[in-house]
Design a protein around this ligand. Sequence first.
Ligand code: MG
Length: 360
Amino acid sequence: MHSRDSQGRRYGEPLHRYRSPYQRDRDRILHSAAFRRLSGKMQVFTGDMGDYHRTRLTHTHEVATIARTVARVLQLNEDLVEALALLHDIGHPPFGHSGEEALDECLQNHGGFSHNEFAIVLAEELETRYTSYPGLNLTREVLAGQNFRITHAADEGSLAPLLEVQLVDLCDSIAYTAHDVDDALVLGLIQFDQLGGLDLVRRAEGWKGEPPAPSAEARRKALVHSLIDVQVADLLEVAMEDLGPLAGMDTLAVRQLGITLHLSPTLASEREQLRQFLFDNVYRHPDLVAVRTKARRRVQALFHHLVHQPERLPPRFVDRAQCSGIEKAVGHYIAGMTDRFCDTVYENLIELGHAAAPDW
Ligand code: MG
């Protein structure tokens, strides 16, 4: 995608003197309050489990950096890729997927809740940074890219999503498969010998032909970057073969051809095996299940408390309830919270009986 071909923004703005439209989008996302709050939102492991594992913020940067590297090799639009990567997880509620499931249940009769949709609500409505329009007024391509994460359907009729959009999606899973193994090893949720049967781990460990690492810690560190390298190398190899013959073709023609970026079948099935392992041994680990149960109860209790006592909401969410209904307004208020903010509001309102919930 060429920046000069951008379809522009909902609220027209003159072009910037020295930043491309997607550079501006990247900067708008990076400077948003919602982006900063990612540092207080858990990825998989909570703040109670230490300070050194990934948060949504560090995950987001890992996705962005991997995606930029691939974009540069494939000569895709790096600025667009970076903007899409920085935006991709901005809509996560507190407490990761358990927070999301709890809100989705609460909003069952009101359209449900999805972090991918909430990212659009934040970007278009809740971030108020400019006086002349609501939201960040991002380009249509960035919003369409985030929208693809919701629908996973070809948009505009039969057009495949931009390669930049597909790339960020792939790099998201490359990043988390690698870093969740890393964090789970550090936290002692899994041991190295459990990984021996995984084809992708075996491939990654033999990847550079280096001598065996001298300690478990060195082995873990080497494994994480090899897991990323081996997947990125495969993605690039497949992509260069598929895209090579298309050199010189314009964006629309490539989209019409329905070109997809993907891993080779062998790597894709090896990665699926690793993902399944993570589900069975990490994401469903008893320590995490206990954290999740508590998080889910808190989100649900807070939701029902505020739906029944809407006067306790911050004024702008009381206003939003007029249009969207109280349930959605409460859902969006909770979804914007960090993990700690959610805990504090829960304790203040429900345990200490405070009369008003603060805005984020
Ligand atoms: Mg992600």
